[in-house]
Design a protein around this ligand. Structure first.
Ligand code: APR
Length: 311
């Protein structure tokens, strides 16, 4: 079977870690594309990771480029192109600059990799993934944003830290936009099937929710000159792997809703089935009144940012 091809548009902090994970998991050959000014840097990353291969014994090929025509034949395209947040910035502050970048990227992906499954990561995610969808004209099942996979991993991490139990057994859902109004569904969170509400006090659960909602900002402050990159890369590759291996994983993803959860024509974070068909289905959870209200608030924020794109 021919090896799959994974193309990364944006070979910065997240792109570099994705390339390493894709190679180590032998998910496919990797192309790292960035702007001509930093072509040497992405060629360097590709060559550097090629030299990791002897230790691990895989034969994946990696290449760096600034030429969009090299996207040809890509099965998966992962877009991190853009600028990340600096301390004091919200994700929304990035809209102007990242919108211009995504428009150019979308036109090129449409031209050179029209059959690919596209995972968008650049912020503000909910508006940038919407813009890619509008500009590219891709079908909705082949465009998805990565946010919930990361927010969920953060929720799982903090639950495991607070309970002292294995992160492997923590299961939960985070819905809504990628920002402080996201909705971690504490009612459904559990550790090995035991409800979180039976394991921790409401105060502790509330503190975890707040930390999840601010987890990206906590890291922006700590890093000082950029945003998280290890955990986003791992979350992206979980989604890419589910697609490439047709796993039918249920992963919180930023998917186009057409009536689900009261959202019509917007991308929001929802539990989605990811398999060979891309986003194969949006699963609908019965929400409590309070959860519905929280989701309504997050939808307002998403709509406002999407409207600012003018698309
Ligand atoms: N085409 C291709 N690559 C581009 C373009 C473009 N038009 N414009 C910028 N880039 C590249 C930059 O040169 C840089 O190498 O995108 C890369 C972004 O990398 P970083 O600045 O290191 O940012 P990173 O931490 O990887 O985050 C990328 O993901 O989480 C979001 O908010 C974050 O929007 C940001 C994105």
């Amino acid at each position: 079977m021919a090896r799959k091809k994974i193309a990364l548009v944006g070979g910065g902090q997240i792109g570099g870690i994705i390339a390493l994970i894709a190679a180590q998991k032998e998910l496919g050959n990797v192309l790292i594309l960035d702007i001509p000014e930093v072509e040497g840097m992405v060629k360097g990353k590709a060559l550097d990771i090629m030299q990791v291969r002897p230790h691990d014994g895989y034969d994946i090929k990696l290449e760096g480029t600034s030429d969009y025509s090299d996207l040809e034949g890509a099965d998966v395209v992962i877009i991190t192109a853009g600028v990340p947040r600096k301390p004091g910035m919200t994700r929304e502050d990035l809209l102007g600059i990242n919108l211009k970048i995504i428009t150019n990227v979308a036109n090129n992906v449409k031209k050179f990799a029209p059959d690919s499954f596209v995972i968008v990561v650049s912020n503000p995610l909910d508006a940038i993934v919407y813009s890619f969808y509008k500009v590219s004209g891709f079908p909705k099942n082949r465009v998805v944003g990565m946010a919930g996979a990361l927010d969920n991993a953060r929720f799982r991490t903090f639950i495991a830290m607070e309970t002292g139990l294995s992160v492997q057994d923590v299961s939960c859902i985070v819905m809504g936009g990628h920002g402080p109004t996201m909705v971690p569904l504490t009612r459904l969170a559990n550790v090995g099937g035991v409800p979180l509400t039976d394991l921790l006090s409401q105060d502790k659960i509330d503190a975890i929710v707040k930390r999840v909602q601010e987890a990206g900002t906590e890291l922006v402050k700590l890093y000082g000159n950029g945003s998280a990159f290890f955990s986003p890369a791992a979350a992206i590759m979980e989604m890419a792997e589910a697609y490439l291996k047709d796993k039918k994983r249920v992963i919180p993803s930023t998917a186009l809703c057409e009536g689900e959860y009261g959202a019509d024509g917007y991308f929001i974070g929802v539990p989605a089935v990811i398999g060979a068909g891309g986003v194969e289905k949006v699963l609908e959870v019965n929400l409590s009144e309070e959860e519905e209200q929280m989701l309504g608030k997050t939808l307002e924020v998403v709509k406002k940012t999407v409207d600012e794109t003018g698309l």
